[in-house]
Write a protein that binds this ligand. Structure first.
Ligand code: SF4
Ligand code: SF4
Length: 72
């Protein structure tokens, strides 16, 4: 059975530190050009390359990333 990954980021709690961006092995996260209510460029998923490895969620200092695996 094949899976692909997906993440959900609580953008209003994200502080734009980019630790998740640096630790994603598939370059599936970037900082948005938009800002949240606190004025931070929040992280967002990009593309279809997420493998659901949870690396981003583990390193996020504020634990604002949820990781999902979707059956394909
Ligand atoms: S779960 Fe893994 S592959 Fe997916 S965005 Fe997070 S670090 Fe990248
Ligand atoms: S590591 Fe967490 S707080 Fe930092 S940019 Fe990523 S989602 Fe936002």
């Amino acid at each position: 059975m094949a899976f692909k990954g997906a993440i959900d980021i609580d953008k209003e709690k994200c502080k734009g530190c980019a630790v998740c961006v640096a630790n994603c092995p598939t370059a599936s996260i970037q900082l948005s050009k938009m800002v949240n209510n606190k004025g931070y460029h929040y992280a967002e998923m990009v593309g279809e390359g997420c493998i659901g490895c949870s690396s981003c969620a583990i390193v996020c200092p504020d634990s604002v990333i949820s990781v999902y695996r979707i059956k394909i």
